[in-house]
Design a protein. Sequence first.
Length: 130
Amino acid sequence: MDPTLDDRIDDALFHLYLEADENFINEVIEREIEDPKAYEKKIKQIIFLAKATANKKNDEYILTLVEKFQDALLKNLDKPISILKQLVQQDASLAFYKNLENLTNEDIVEIIKDKNLVELLEELERNENK
């Protein structure tokens, strides 16, 4: 079969399932899937692995940011330190971080958690390249 036709069929099915109600989808699953329990188990495994991968990537971003901020604090680089100060000022619960030079890795993780890690990394890398 023509690959473009396959793509069109896949797109049509995708949009059908997006717009279909739950009962319709359940009927299709019952007709098309031989072992619904095995299928459900496989779906749960896929979701678990996707979440684990996302968490791992998030942890890698955090570790990279912590290293960059620690390095910036040691080298006394203005821009990364100002970014860190800005993050502290944005959150009133972090007001106890007054002496940035004495921050531990855990302190930096506390400061950057719940922030857009990719954005922070990109901003630090832009400043490194200048």
